[in-house]
Design a protein. Structure first.
Length: 253
């Protein structure tokens, strides 16, 4: 079982209704051709309302079909005089020579006719036009929103399918990873050894050769003795004496 909820978008207590002659050009309707300045051209004075009707299902969810009607009613009894199902800008058109008059397409049992309406106050006519503009804007937004939701749903499905195909980043057999952090871990090219002639230049930027360690005291002593033809006395058993008695009273040989 469905339920209908109605909302009034616009209300004006008095609007004058006129007969609209057929259009003779594509320039639009003109209030001057309705003879609005003559009393006998007036058909009826009605109350005008814009009503939005939404149909709700049993669970309270709103259906996609939302109907909007521009109703011309008897101001005393509220009976319907003429109804205009508002489906777009072509249903209600403002005349080209006035801001207070509109041409309205009414429908009755499948038959269509054009009626002219005129507001006594410009402010009411302005509010009427703004209400119709808001209805069109909401309808276009709802239509584009539905299409956008469909596109977003499609993109979500594609993203989910792509997420399932995960790439395998594991290392295969024999594969390695080289990681370089700054200058660490980099091997320097081996430098060629420098000769003594290369180091002799003594440039500030040249590398110094490695020097041998200094000789020990024993090596120095042995070197000096060999230069004088002497041997190491520790090996010949003379207790360090040089072949003569160093006693104070010893004899010379």
């Amino acid at each position: 079982m469905s339920e209908e909820i109605q909302r009034i978008l616009f209300l004006a207590p008095k609007v004058h209704i006129y007969a609209v002659p057929p259009l003779t050009s594509n320039t639009g309707h003109k209030a001057a051709t309705w003879n609005v300045d003559q009393p006998n051209s007036l058909i009826f004075t009605a109350r005008i309302r814009i009503i939005e009707t939404a149909t709700l299902s049993a669970d309270g969810a709103e259906n996609e079909n939302v109907r909007t009607d521009v109703r011309l009613e008897d101001p005393k009894t509220g009976d319907l005089f003429a109804n205009c199902p508002y489906e777009g800008a072509h249903c209600v058109e403002q005349v080209t020579d006035s801001s207070r008059f509109f041409a309205v397409r009414v429908v009755d049992s499948g038959r269509k006719a054009m009626l002219g309406i005129g507001f006594e106050e410009r402010s009411e006519a302005f509010d009427f036009g703004v209400s119709l503009q808001e209805i069109r804007r909401h309808a276009e937004s709802a239509a584009s929103g539905g299409a956008g939701a469909g596109k977003r749903g499609k993109k979500t499905d594609e993203a989910a399918a792509a997420a399932e195909k995960k790439k395998d980043y594991s290392l295969k057999e024999g594969e390695t990873i080289n990681i370089t952090i700054g200058n660490k871990g980099r091997r320097r090219a081996p430098s060629s050894p420098k000769t003594s002639s290369d180091s002799g230049g003594g440039g500030s930027g040249g590398a110094l050769p490695f020097l041998p360690p200094p000789p020990s005291a024993e090596d120095v002593k042995r070197n000096r003795m060999s230069q004088h033809g002497l041997e190491d006395f520790s090996k010949i058993g003379f207790d360090g004496k040089l072949g003569f008695d160093d006693d104070a009273f010893g004899d010379f040989v």
